[in-house]
Design a protein around this ligand. Sequence first.
Ligand code: F6R
Length: 242
Amino acid sequence: MKICVFSDYTSLSAACADGIETLIKEKPDAVLGLATGASPEGAYEELIRRSRAGELSFRAVKTFNLDEYCGLPRADRNSYYSFMWEHLFGHIDIAPENARIPDGNAPDLAAECLAYDEAIKEAGGIDLQVLGIGRNGHIGFNEPADAFTKGTHVTRLTKSTIDANKRYFDDNPMPEAAITMGIGTIFSAKRIVLLATGKKKAEAIKNTVQGDISPRQCPASILQLHPDVTLLLDEEAASLLG
Ligand code: F6R
């Protein structure tokens, strides 16, 4: 694992955008795996800026998002569909059909999961996967469990994740299930960049880098076995690394 520690979020975000820009310049039809949440927002802002400045084009890029809530209408402001269009897709020249997000309202969720993994394979696999990490070490919505998950699947969210995300839902109930890429899907990406900031992520980062490889203690610990993982951290998220 390569670990880069930044003194501020702006430079961490720029480093993530640099990696994506370099890849797209080398391979204009690159396949990106994308995350929602606070961690990648700065990188998306920077990509929008570069795209508006004419430095970067997503015309031939394909993207696959990690996850989506089940049963939440796409138009709901808390859906990951809304998040991605608000924070990235709506401001760059990506073809809408190339920006894939799991459909949490599909009539047959199991078929949707299989089709999602198949579409990733057909696209040639993910060249670069962007990840955030939960306080409990989750990546995507792969929560601590007895075994590492394989492909895209439907999962129930844990109390820790619901507590972390329910502030966005005001008085509306938060969905308790989601479709997520599996650990196997994520692990198949050729390169992985994981972003983490703040003290609340320090324990998860320590477990990811130095803990036992354990789906129960820290799902992200499996990344120790991947050949090309870079962690972009701020000083607080890196503070427990020995
Ligand atoms: C989001 C996702 C989650 C988040 C994680 C961290 O698509 O899959 O695993 O990356 O919960 O969220 P933030 O970045 O909001 O702290």
